[in-house]
Design a binder for this molecule. Structure first.
Ligand code: SF4
Ligand code: SF4
Length: 466
């Protein structure tokens, strides 16, 4: 941040000009894909042996998250931790190499602001028309244009809120219930909150979110190094020895300008006018720059018109700007890359190797053990079983590692669980403990399917006798 820049300042409305070019096309493609995924996924049906027919569904009441063929249960929460670690490492890795590419192309704030700006442009016109409208006194034209703009923003914000809510229940049913007033209260509250925040962030606050609210913008500089790709202005080429100058008599051709020591920047201001955060990239790397690359498209358009080479503004690294060559392979990059691969590998392995039955053993601790009249010792356990496979299973429960001990399941004779079904079983173990034996003794509960459709699952446990 520049010296003396305030932590917060009142927002000066920015009216970016539209631009055409390869980065604009890339951003539009990513935007359409992201919107297609976000709004379309809840409606995608999925053929499962059991469970809902929705491809992606976060079923909170039953504590099950359906992600295509994967069903995630509450006890798999460590996968979420792994996923967050991957996301953090990936952020460090990508930012170190490609700078704020996430901000410029993929961030929700950027994607939604882009759409809000598109609507604003369609209703109010291009930048000059919007500037004129903002300055003119209130009249019918201003009223209806601003009203229509805000209404369109609210509609998109509401669609976003509703789109989010549809992930948490059967989408067609919830959509019908939502509009007939029969949905749960939480659905209305969540959709309302999302509508309000989307409207505020993408419509009213816009670049203020990136500059003053988003923590990533603040700490990204520590991830940058001299080889990080940044959107930058080629100062040497643009300014020459005598600075930038507009095209005028005697400074029209490149040759004339070079002879006068003037650079290639014709000071047209197009790069500033298209910037969604309202900054001038010619002032150097700034915390407000979200690396959207629209100023590259703008300047390329000008260079094309002049018949001069593109690249006055472009992706470059600090090292390259100083005349060196960008080093892609560095210890830091390789380290982050390797860490991402290791955590992703561990996560995939954990998902693929998940046992079909989740067993949670809790030893009853009050009392920890009971000395019986026949000399044996009794321990009690609460076993929580969850069938996480996609088929009905019929279990037997045994113990292994306590020679001569007996297992008592009370009235439970059969443990049959539907896919996704949970059951808590109270198990008592009575054991004639040898004198001098350690306490606690280690053993295993062994769960087998009667029909042998799954490999036996073992759960570690302890037997206490003193
Ligand atoms: S300076 Fe360029 S890359 Fe940075 S935010 Fe503005 S238009 Fe986007
Ligand atoms: S668009 Fe290019 S030529 Fe125009 S002011 Fe920006 S850097 Fe200079």
């Amino acid at each position: 941040m520049a010296q003396g820049q305030p932590i917060y300042e009142a927002r000066i409305p920015i009216h970016p000009r539209s631009v055409k070019g390869r980065f604009r096309n890339l951003k539009t493609g990513i935007l359409l894909l992201a919107y297609g995924v976000f709004f379309g996924l809840p409606w995608l049906r999925w053929d499962r042996d059991y469970g809902p027919s929705q491809a992606v569904l976060f079923d909170i009441p039953n504590r099950q998250f359906f992600l295509f063929d994967l069903v995630v249960y509450a006890q798999d929460i460590f996968w979420l931790a792994g996923f967050l670690v991957v996301a953090a490492l990936l952020l460090f890795f990508v930012t170190g190499v490609l700078g704020r590419v996430f901000c410029g192309y993929f961030c929700f704030q950027t994607l939604w602001t882009d759409v809000f700006m598109y609507l604003e442009r369609k209703i109010q016109g291009e930048r000059p028309a919007r500037l004129r409208l903002s300055k003119q006194p209130w009249n019918v034209e201003k009223l209806w244009k601003l009203g229509a703009t805000h209404l369109s923003w609210l509609l998109v914000a509401f669609a976003t809120g509703l789109g989010f809510v549809l992930y948490w229940a059967d989408a067609p049913t919830l959509a019908r219930d939502f509009f007939s007033g029969d949905a749960r209260f939480a659905a209305y509250v969540t959709a309302g909150l999302l509508t309000a925040t989307t409207y505020t962030f993408a419509g009213l606050a816009r670049e203020q979110v990136c500059t003053f609210i988003c923590p990533y913008a603040r700490f990204q500089s520590v991830m940058f190094d001299r080889d990080t790709l940044i959107v930058s202005y080629d100062q040497n080429r643009g300014e020459g020895s005598a600075g930038r100058a507009k095209v005028k008599a005697g400074l029209k051709t490149r040759e004339e300008r070079q002879a006068a020591g003037v650079g290639d920047c014709i000071d047209c201001g197009y790069c500033v006018q298209v910037c969604p955060t309202g900054i001038d990239i010619r002032d150097g790397l700034q915390v407000s720059c979200i690396h959207c690359a629209l100023c590259i498209d703008a300047c390329d358009t000008i260079m094309d018109k002049q018949g001069w080479p593109r690249g006055l503004i472009g992706y470059s690294s600090e090292r390259e700007l100083e005349g060196g060559k960008t080093r892609w392979l560095k210890g830091k990059t390789l380290g982050y890359g390797a860490a991402v691969l290791v955590v992703v590998g561990a996560l995939v392995f954990s998902i693929l190797e998940r046992p079909p039955v989740d067993v949670n053993v809790n030893q009853v601790r009050q009392p920890l053990f009971v000395q019986m009249s026949d000399g044996r010792v009794q321990n009690s356990y609460e076993l929580r079983l969850n069938n996480v496979s996609d088929q009905e299973l019929d279990f037997t429960l045994d113990i292994d590692g306590l020679e001569g001990a007996t297992l008592d399941l009370g009235q439970v004779e059969q443990i049959r669980l539907e896919p996704g079904q949970r059951l808590t079983v109270l198990a008592r173990i009575r054991h004639d403990v040898e004198a001098g034996a350690d306490s606690p003794l280690r053993f295993y509960f062994v769960i087998r399917d009667r029909e042998g459709r799954i490999d036996p699952v073992e759960a570690d446990a302890r037997f206490s006798h003193r």
